[in-house]
Design a protein around this ligand. Structure first.
Ligand SMILES: CC(C)(COP(=O)(O)OP(=O)(O)OC[C@H]1O[C@@H](n2cnc3c(N)ncnc32)[C@H](O)[C@@H]1OP(=O)(O)O)[C@@H](O)C(=O)NCCC(=O)NCCS
Length: 179
């Protein structure tokens, strides 16, 4: 399956993937919220602070991950948060999400990212190496509504150890509604 990091001219297709997928899984309100989040992430996040990974089939975008920088000013390590993640509703359950996550994590590792974080279902993300972490050990930018979904993994040979807060996310995610 082809993967891409190219967003130029494909922004609307990426936004629509997220809007439609989250509308199908969590309703129109959540679909609009996540679609707007992806629009803002693409428009307002400078290149060194973000990665976008898409999976394609016959020219159509069927999966996507947006990754953005999480800054811990008192910690030297480079941290990115993978969110949101979507696989088109009619393509789910075929392993596309796991392959796309594995590809994204490998690319982040090659780019020198030390730690990947995400915020979602621990059972699903455990399949690609994420483990739960407490807000004490990795302070989030806002108090989490679902702290059990705060997950991390080291992308280096060094074990995951506590990150010293506070942390700061990119502007598009800088709203407690996402946390
Ligand atoms: C969550 C999502 C990205 C998974 O992508 P996918 O391509 O369907 O998942 P995969 O086919 O790679 O993985 C399937 C496996 O994960 C499990 N799984 C799928 N969605 C899951 C979820 N939400 N929670 C827990 N497990 C899940 C399946 O049971 C399956 O397990 P198995 O391999 O043991 O059979 C996709 O279902 C999706 O876009 N959902 C709606 C949006 C969303 O919730 N995004 C994540 C939050 S940001």
């Amino acid at each position: 399956m082809p993967f891409s990091t190219d967003t130029q001219g494909r922004e609307e297709a990426i936004i629509e993937l997220f809007r439609a997928t989250f509308t199908a899984s969590e309703g129109a309100g959540e679909g609009a919220l996540i679609g707007d989040l992806v629009r803002n992430l693409l428009a307002s996040t400078a290149q060194p602070d973000r990665f976008v990974f898409t999976a394609e089939e016959e020219g159509a975008i069927i999966g996507g991950i947006l990754c953005s920088r999480l800054t811990y000013e008192q910690d030297q390590r480079t941290v990115f948060v993978l969110a949101p993640v979507a696989v088109a509703t009619d393509q789910q359950g075929k392993g596309i999400g796991q392959r796309l996550l594995t590809h994204g994590l490998a690319t982040l590792r090659s780019a020198g990212v030390d730690i990947a974080m995400t915020y979602g279902d621990p059972g699903y993300y455990a399949k690609v190496g994420f483990k739960p972490i407490s807000e004490a050990d990795a302070p989030a930018p806002f108090t989490l509504q679902q702290p059990e979904g705060w997950l991390a993994q080291s992308l280096t040979d060094r074990a995951m150890t506590a990150l010293k807060g506070p942390s700061r996310c990119v502007q598009a995610l800088n709203d407690p509604v996402f946390w």
